[in-house]
Design a protein around this ligand. Structure first.
Ligand SMILES: Cc1ncc(COP(=O)(O)O)c(C=O)c1O
Length: 391
């Protein structure tokens, strides 16, 4: 395994080249777009300049583009191409799926959610519970921001019909091991939904090997354009009835795609999948990011005014860090860091449950510093220097 050279990687990202003075540690809110993804979007608009189903070449190119996208996302997510559904973003796809699950949640059924998730993997299931009369049970989070597996047995019972969880927390960086959750869901005969939106730029995803029924991800979090992807067991998709217009396809993943898809976004997303599969590769990304995480955590340890919320070591986490200053409010911290050309978000980043659980929700949340593989050690040092500038 050859190591990643961050300066070579950075050259692949036109926005990073255009703004060399900025450290984009806002990555968990959306990464910069890869050169080949930008090219693919432009090519799609110029060459695949049509809708699907026409007898002319441009329309055929749209069909080919979509078929290739399903193949590549199937490989990236360890899932069958027949179960790959594209949408505008993960949140819309999750609500869409939740509507189709009404019939599975008979009254008296239960849904298990975690207190570690982004709200996009909570609100659709709370709504589902409200519509169907199901009860929601929670898998809790420990004080250091990991899933509290001691609460699993109470949360998942023989009446559980659905268990949802994240591959990784967009707020705290915690990585979740799906195995015990999937085992509990299987015993109960429950469906499993895994939100891999935060995990996908950092960790391999293999839906079938993980034993999960549905995986969500968002290509704009892994170097592609704004879009969402659902990778589901094709048999599950076929067994459900999604909201749809009558003339749209009655079979296959297209049955789940409402209206005309953004073919440009699908083309760009596929180029991002190509990049993760064939170029950067997640094993190299993981090793590189682990070194960044260790460097950052060592630096933070030397700064007693700062508190890290979430896993304290570089193991079992992504290089995403929620930090607070002893006295300075998170929004103010983000402003000072921006003055030092370090882009970060402050607040709860829609991760309402974990932020409430850690007592941060009503205290302005935290500052989120998120590294990805296009950052290098020098970026970590610039971020630490910006923290020092806060006070
Ligand atoms: C972990 C996680 N899940 C879900 C979402 C929602 O994704 P989308 O913006 O594609 O709806 C996000 C976005 O920040 C996220 O970080």
């Amino acid at each position: 395994m050859t190591t990643l050279d961050p300066s070579a990687v950075r050259r692949r990202f036109p926005a990073l080249v255009a703004q060399p003075e900025v450290v984009h540690t806002c990555a968990p809110g959306g990464t910069q777009i890869l050169d080949t993804a930008l090219d693919a979007m432009r090519d799609a608009a110029v060459q695949a300049n049509a809708n699907q189903g026409g007898a002319f070449p441009a329309s055929a190119r749209v069909g080919a583009l979509c078929d290739r996208a399903k193949d590549r996302f199937g490989q990236l997510l360890g899932s069958e191409p027949e179960g790959i559904v594209f949408g505008p973003n993960m949140t819309t796809l999750a609500f869409h799926l939740s509507h189709a699950l009404d019939e599975r949640l008979a009254t008296g059924g239960q849904i298990a959610c975690t207190r570690l998730d982004h709200d996009a993997n909570v609100a659709p299931w709370l709504d589902l519970a409200e519509r169907t009369g199901a009860t929601v049970r929670w898998i809790d989070v420990t004080a250091d921001g990991r899933l509290d597996l001691d609460t699993l047995a109470d949360a998942v019972t023989p009446r559980t019909r659905l268990l949802t969880f994240p591959l990784a927390s967009n707020a705290l960086g915690t990585v979740v091991d799906p195995a015990p959750l999937v085992a509990a869901a299987r015993e109960a005969g429950a469906l499993t939904v895994m939100d891999a939106v935060h995990g996908a730029p950092h960790l391999p995803v293999d839906r079938r090997a993980m034993g999960v029924d549905v995986v969500f991800c968002s290509p704009y979090k892994f170097f592609g354009p704004h879009a969402g992807v659902m990778a589901a067991d094709p048999e599950l998709l076929a067994s459900l009835t999604p909201d749809k217009v009558r003339p749209s396809p009655d079979t296959g993943p297209e049955r789940w795609q409402t209206g005309t898809a953004s073919f440009e976004a699908i083309a760009g997303a596929t180029a991002a999948a190509d990049y993760l599969l064939d170029e950067a590769t997640l094993d190299r990304i993981g090793a590189h990011e682990h070194a960044l995480a260790e460097r950052f955590l060592t630096g933070l340890d030397e700064r007693p005014d700062w508190t890290l919320h979430g896993p304290a070591s570089a193991e079992g986490r992504t290089p995403t860090f929620a930090v607070t200053h002893r006295t300075v409010d998170p929004q103010r911290v983000a402003q000072v860091m921006a003055e030092h050309h370090v882009n970060v978000y402050a607040g709860h980043y829609y991760a309402v449950e974990p932020m409430r659980r850690l007592g941060l929700l009503d205290a302005g949340g935290a500052v989120r510093i998120g590294f990805v593989h296009y950052h290098g050690p020098a970026d970590v040092d610039l971020v630490l220097a910006a923290l020092d500038a806060v006070g």
